[in-house]
Design a protein around this ligand. Structure first.
Ligand SMILES: Nc1ncnc2c1ncn2[C@@H]1O[C@H](COP(=O)(O)OP(=O)(O)OP(=O)(O)O)[C@@H](O)[C@H]1O
Length: 436
């Protein structure tokens, strides 16, 4: 393990397992001249939390470990469970503290029963191989090696260690709180399982190992299958559909994970698997985005925000280079200097914004006829998602600009005259959330 800095960190809640792990780590590390850091997170959720922090601080000092602690601030957002929020923020705080203590190795006190419980909880949530793989013994994240050295140890072994060394530890009352799924499993299900089956813990952990192998294999296959199926971020449907069924599903799952900004439901994958084959066009709603199929390419584009048109927009001045945001439309216009196919700044001093209502006419070529916007979009091969955005009109009622097509050909400035280029830029979807 990586102890190049001569320092090892242990995440210590003050509970039985992590107290034992701190004790055992100190016994192994101090004779080797390694410095041990006890890192504690104060969740700020329970009345006893101050006392737990104090207990870990004093114990660490007595045993010869350096100590750091962080108090979490903030609260779960709507739709986020307290457990999920606390876990995410705890790992973030632990990573920050490990960085501060210059420890590249961080030990966690999970043991074999924790692993078996995680497997069961994932199964009860309908998890796939990645979830059922439960917790890795070693993981590299944020330049830290996260290690669970006791993942193969039965909890009785940890209990025996605590008794042998008469270690003082805290009892977290939430471990017995029936509102939490893990507590219910531990209190009500585990005793029954153990009474009915032999070696429950070891068997479930073995199943988690099979799942980890399956998840790793799926990731390796996707890494080979996906690159030839992608062009400019789009999934090419014909070669995708030619894959055998399991690889097809696996590749689509990997593409969705890379393309969508956040978590997405399995029902989306099921629906696409049913509906994509044989289709040339179509669209499917996804979280914060829309999946659009046009001419055999599947793309992920930001979900268009509905225009807020309650109050008519005043005339816009787009005559000077820069950006003009239209928040109600989910995007902005970019105005830049141009040498050809642009618009005279004089025409851009007072333009009006409006949605498509149907029946608009547009010139693709200066000498061509005005044809319906819909026909021009089709003629120019503009996919449906690139047509989203506002139209720009001149005060005299002529259509000036259409997203995806640009400026009407009869309204373009002559070469050599001062002119501006216009471009509609939809907002990007929100930042990606880490999956779990
Ligand atoms: N508040 C915390 N501060 C630091 N590390 C923590 C904290 N909570 C959990 N951990 C780390 O995550 C591991 C697993 O957490 P879990 O919630 O299962 O344990 P616990 O019941 O709080 O305590 P323990 O595992 O010490 O008995 C702990 O063994 C410990 O390494």
């Amino acid at each position: 393990m990586n102890t190049a800095s001569g320092r090892v960190a242990v995440a210590v809640s003050g509970g039985r397992d992590s107290t034992a792990l701190l004790h055992a780590t100190l016994r192994a590390a101090l004779p080797l001249g390694l410095q041990v850091w006890a890192l504690h997170v104060h969740h700020g959720l329970q009345a006893e939390a101050d006392a737990w922090e104090q207990q870990v601080r004093l114990q660490a000092r007595r045993w010869g470990a350096a100590f750091l602690s962080r108090r979490l601030t903030g609260a779960p957002e709507a739709g986020d469970s307290v457990e999920a929020w606390a876990r995410r923020e705890r790992y973030r705080a632990l990573a920050d503290m490990a960085g501060e203590a210059q420890c590249s190795l961080l030990l966690l006190g999970h043991h074999r029963r924790d692993q078996a419980e995680t497997f069961l909880l994932q199964a009860l949530r309908g998890g796939g191989p990645a979830g059922l793989a439960a917790m890795p013994a070693l993981a590299q994240r944020r330049q830290i090696t996260w290690a669970r050295p006791w993942l193969q140890q039965p909890h009785e072994a940890v209990q025996a260690y605590v008794q042998r060394h008469r270690l003082r530890h805290v009892e977290d009352p939430s471990n017995a709180d029936g509102r939490y799924a893990r507590s219910r499993l531990r209190q009500r299900v585990w005793p029954v399982l153990n009474a009915a089956f032999d070696d429950t813990e070891a068997t479930l952990v073995q199943a988690a190992r099979h799942a980890a192998q399956a998840a790793a294999l799926a990731a390796e296959v996707a890494a080979v299958d996906l690159p030839p199926l992608c062009e400019d971020g789009a999934l090419l449907l014909a070669p995708w559909a030619a894959l055998p069924p399991a690889r097809r599903r696996n590749a689509l799952q990997a593409w969705l994970t890379g393309a969508l900004p956040g978590r997405w439901p399995q029902t989306l994958l099921d629906r696409l698997i049913d509906e994509l084959p044989g289709r040339r066009g179509g669209q499917w709603p996804a979280p914060e985005a829309v999946l659009r199929l046009y001419r055999g390419r599947l793309r992920c584009v930001p979900a268009p925000s509905p225009p807020v048109l309650a109050a008519p927009l005043p005339a816009l001045d787009l005559s000077t280079p820069g950006f003009v945001a239209l928040p109600g439309w989910g995007g902005r216009f970019e105005v830049s200097d141009s040498t050809h196919d642009g618009v005279s700044p004089a025409l851009l001093q007072a333009v009006r914004v409006a949605p498509r209502t149907g029946g608009e006419r547009f010139h693709l070529a200066a000498r061509g006829l005005a044809r319906s916007l819909k026909k021009q979009y089709q003629a120019a091969g503009v996919p449906a998602w690139a047509r989203q955005g506002p139209l720009l009109w001149l005060a005299d009622g002529r259509l000036l600009y259409a997203p995806g097509l640009g400026v009407d050909a009869t309204l373009r400035a002559a070469r050599g005259e001062p002119q501006r280029a216009l471009r509609w830029c939809p907002d990007a979807p929100g930042p990606r959330q880490p999956g779990g």
